[in-house]
Write a new protein. Structure first.
Length: 370
């Protein structure tokens, strides 16, 4: 039984530590997932709490796993894991049945699981937790009560600092398709022979006031007594979707600039603000100043946003503003505003508003572009 408890302790500890770390690496991504949950369950009034809840959750997961694995406040860690599983196991079951959100985000963007896979994972963890919970009275403290809580508090503080640093300066590890070194066009290719989406199509016909559904094999195409009412298509199997599939950049005039930007042999800077009115005014001002400096010295500079026309017009200042899908912008960079340096469609550098270099840094690029 000791071996079973040890194995259970190691598995639960590592899973929760890993889950907490990958979420802390990308706290904004976890906040977006909370936002998706709130929209799916008609809890939009909680959207403002998304980021706070994301940081609380990843901290709770990490510290619970840390306590279980190291033995420092192990009983407390077991109770923490129990509470998390009691909350999220029913939620993942509901998600598996209704599928309002395709990926639960339990491992951030590092590992994607379907809702049924996530529910199954939670059931396995619950089974392992029962072994630890029933044997909790045999656990002995490693250190004194005060020392163990001091360790836990220090780890919590350091972990939150780590989360906030990733939030401010971009994730230390980028799990998204638009990572440094990627050629964007290569991520948009659909391999030859790749599976495509499969749909089940049904036709609704009416006869003498009675509606009936038919499929492609038996619908009454040549029977004039039936009147066509509606057609329904349901996705039954998703095909291959390239990592980058919604990368479209259009000017305010409606011109598609995507290929122009991706094929440019010179340096291009993309300033990305998913919503201009959500970005700090001083951060936007710094970005616009950088843009003017780049344009004056021959560097392409584009402001990508999903903001409405009126909001964009209120910020127009001679720079090239472009419209891009909000989800795409969130995926490109976890900052508002954030910056991407491109050359030949390859991502060379990424910065948040907090660590973008001063304009003098870009002077070296001007020489190359001439």
């Amino acid at each position: 039984m000791k071996i079973v408890r040890l194995v259970s302790r190691i598995i639960i500890g590592l899973v929760f530590i890993f889950s907490g770390i990958v979420k802390a690496i990308d706290p904004l991504g976890s906040a977006y997932k909370f936002h998706d949950y709130f929209q799916a369950f008609n809890l939009g009034f909680l959207n403002a709490l998304s980021l706070i809840l994301a940081i609380i959750m990843c901290t709770a997961e990490f510290i619970s796993g840390f306590a279980v694995l190291t033995g420092v406040r192990q009983k407390t860690g077991i109770l923490g894991v129990l509470l998390l599983l009691i909350i999220f196991t029913p939620v993942t079951f509901i998600l598996a049945l209704t599928n309002p959100v395709s990926d639960c985000g339990c491992f951030g963007d590092a590992i994607h699981l379907s809702n049924w896979q996530t529910f199954g994972k939670n059931i396995v963890l619950f089974s392992l937790l029962i072994v630890l919970y029933t044997g909790r009275n045999q656990i002995k403290n490693l250190f004194s009560f005060t020392t163990e809580w001091a360790v836990i508090c220090i780890v919590i503080v350091l972990f939150i600092i780590f989360s906030l640093a990733n939030l401010r300066y971009l994730p230390v590890l980028d799990f998204l398709p638009y990572k440094t070194g990627v050629k964007i066009a290569d991520k948009m290719i659909v391999p030859e022979g790749a599976p495509v989406d499969e749909y089940k199509t049904t036709f609704v016909y009416e006869k003498t006031g009675v509606k009936k559904e038919f499929d492609l094999n038996n619908y009454p195409a040549n029977d004039s007594t039936w009147k066509f009412v509606d057609q329904k298509s349901v996705l039954i199997k998703r095909g291959y979707k390239p990592p980058v599939h919604d990368f479209i950049i259009t000017s305010l005039a409606g011109e598609d600039l995507t290929q122009q930007i991706l094929s440019s042999h010179g340096y291009s800077v993309l300033m990305i603000s998913k919503k201009l009115n959500e970005a700090g005014k001083s951060h936007l001002a710094d970005g616009f100043n950088l843009g003017k400096y780049c344009v004056d010295n021959g560097i392409n500079f584009y402001v990508l946003t999903s903001s409405g026309t009126e909001d964009v017009k209120s910020h127009e200042n001679g720079l090239t503003f472009c419209s891009t899908d909000e989800t795409t912008l969130k995926t490109m960079i976890r900052a508002n505003p954030g910056y991407i340096l491109l050359k030949d469609g390859i991502i060379l550098k990424k910065w948040s508003w907090a660590n973008v270099p001063e304009v003098k840094w870009f002077s070296n690029l001007f020489v190359v572009n001439k």
